[in-house]
Design a protein around this ligand. Sequence first.
Ligand SMILES: Cc1cc2nc3c(=O)[nH]c(=O)nc-3n(C[C@H](O)[C@H](O)[C@H](O)COP(=O)(O)OP(=O)(O)OC[C@H]3O[C@@H](n4cnc5c(N)ncnc54)[C@H](O)[C@@H]3O)c2cc1C
Length: 353
Amino acid sequence: MSASPSTVPAGSEPIRTETLIIGAGPCGLFQVFELGLLGIGAHIVDSLATPGGQCAELYPDKPIYDIPALPVCGAQELVDRLLQQIKPFNPQFHLGQEVSELTPQEGGRFQVSTAAGTRFDAGAVVIAAGLGSFQPRRIGLAGCEPFEGKQIQYRVRNARELAGKRIVIFGGGDSALDWTLELAGKARSLVLVHRRAEFKAAPASVARMREAAASGQIRYIEGLAHALLVEDGDVRGVQVKGTDGTLHSLEADQLLTFFGLHPKLGPVAQWGLELDRKALKVDTEKFQTSVPGIFAVGDINTYPGKKKLILSGFHEAALAAFGVQHHLYPQKKQFLQYTTTSPVMHQRLGVPD
Ligand SMILES: Cc1cc2nc3c(=O)[nH]c(=O)nc-3n(C[C@H](O)[C@H](O)[C@H](O)COP(=O)(O)OP(=O)(O)OC[C@H]3O[C@@H](n4cnc5c(N)ncnc54)[C@H](O)[C@@H]3O)c2cc1C
């Protein structure tokens, strides 16, 4: 099953929400569920274009063996199951947006904004940011910085703009191969550069790429980016060093680099929360950070005995939900209800009594 969560476009008015969850990895997703059981709504933001965090981004096809009651579960399958489980609570997803600012307001609420301009007015915040926000691995050529996001891109924002251009694509995974096949025939010229003979991409795509190279539609070079060719302040091309040592000077208007993503703590470290070695310090009663009303669950937090396991993050999400409830509604009496027997939870889950 592949659930597609609803997404909300970036807007100028702050979105008022009971809870904002930062990070749609497995722990952020399960946080939606635990809050939903208590009748608390959530918006959820992730810098990635799809939910699932490390499971979806780093090891979607690998089996996980330590999720309770699931003897074996694929990592993407776990994400799909979590998405299905949280459906009754209709969380609002804001994907492809990094949360850049988090500012406490008087009265215990929070202003949160993303780099894409979406703003939130949140009653409580749960940070489920894992190892940080995933960033593209950079090409790392001398003098490349001013061109990044322009003539050097790490993702395609507008494919139509690439038509008729001279393009060099770097990488050997699905993104590199998919874009090679998509742009072959539309670009003025296209060269694919990959550092070794083996590809991570789907074998069918590799076969199609090889056919396109054999027919002369594209060129394929096994090698590494060596130097940028810059003239009059513009990238004019790139020099590539083949694995046989040959230097190839390629004319190019646009370099597309797909070396995968890696997590970087990023803005979380700037929000004035107490840190211990790149992790947010929390208590083990509510998993609250050093700022009341801001909670942290999953790989991003630390406390004595912390183990970075999905199982631990699920437990933390259950207790953090009660912490959020107390922060939002301090007068409310808290009591434990079982999903098996609670009519109110059945109503929230949409199951008939
Ligand atoms: C190869 C591998 C195998 C593993 N196998 C297992 C296993 O068998 N069992 C197990 O229990 N664990 C396993 N783990 C660990 C497990 O994947 C992590 O514990 C789990 O993913 C943590 O979930 P999370 O929700 O806390 O964070 P993550 O999965 O890291 O998700 C965090 C999300 O937050 C987003 N984010 C961060 N900062 C921001 C920001 N500022 N704005 C917007 N979004 C942001 C990120 O983009 C990311 O999507 C494995 C990990 C790896 C790498």
